[in-house]
Design a protein around this ligand. Structure first.
Ligand SMILES: [Ca+2]
Ligand SMILES: [Ca+2]
Length: 234
């Protein structure tokens, strides 16, 4: 303070040498103050830099930990899904085996005749005309099958071999375009193949079931004198 006063107070009657000494002293004091201020500023800046670095490193560490946790959860989920997939594949194989076994059993039963609902179904061994096939069924106390529900249509198609074409008990031989079942009831719901019945060359009055086409669209009218095996229902 005293030195500041000395530096700022103008000399009263100084000699030339005294003035030069005092000016030198003042410049030295100012340099020291300036250096101290600069040092202080550098320290503050360093402190701020260290604090910011600390926060930055802490944030990165937290982020890395969160990332590791997420990767661990992800890996655990993948592992669980792989286990579940493996179990499902095993179960799927078992169900396929079971399905094939039951399907074979069902088809064997079909070859010999089988019960479904309240009916007994069987087919003839030889291909004959519609009337001969109907007689085959009647000789055994049955008649050509009547299919009047979607469930029955789907079931019978599923059990018939995929390459078979069988007579069913439907005809319009008495009046063209008026399909009737063998019990004389009119057709209410048909499961025709696309474009059928077409009464091709006006000579198709009896109906076959073609099992190779979609289960709800596999009927076709053909000539009654064509030969097919009979699908009988008792
Ligand atoms: Ca016809
Ligand atoms: Ca036809």
């Amino acid at each position: 303070m005293a030195r500041d006063i000395e530096c700022t107070t103008p000399p009263q009657t100084p000699s030339r040498g005294q003035n030069a000494g005092k000016a030198k002293k003042c410049r030295g004091s100012r340099c020291l103050v300036l250096m101290a201020v600069c040092s202080g500023l550098i320290c503050v800046l360093l402190l701020v830099f260290i604090v910011l670095q600390h926060f930055s490193i802490t944030a990165e560490r937290d982020l890395l930990k969160n990332y590791k946790d997420a990767v661990q959860v992800f890996n655990q989920t993948i592992s669980r899904l792989q286990d579940t997939y493996s179990d499902l594949m095993t179960e799927n194989d078992q169900l396929k085996y079971r399905f094939n076994y039951l399907n074979d059993e069902l088809k064997n039963a079909y070859e010999q005749g089988f019960h479904w609902g309240s009916g007994w179904f069987f087919k003839s061994n030889d291909s004959k005309t519609w009337f001969q096939s109907r007689q085959y069924c009647r000789d055994r106390g049955a008649d050509l099958v009547i299919i009047n529900t979607e469930v029955k249509q789907s079931f019978l198609t599923s059990i018939i071999s995929s390459s078979e074409r069988l007579w069913i008990g439907l005809t319009d031989i008495n009046q063209e375009g008026k399909m009737k079942w063998v019990d004389n009831s009119p057709l209410k719901q048909g499961f025709w193949s696309q474009g059928q019945p077409d009464d091709y060359i006006k000579n198709e009055d009896c109906v076959e079931l073609v099992s190779s086409t979609p289960s709800l669209n596999n009927w076709n009218d053909i000539s009654c004198s064509d030969t097919r095996k009979a699908l009988c229902e008792k």
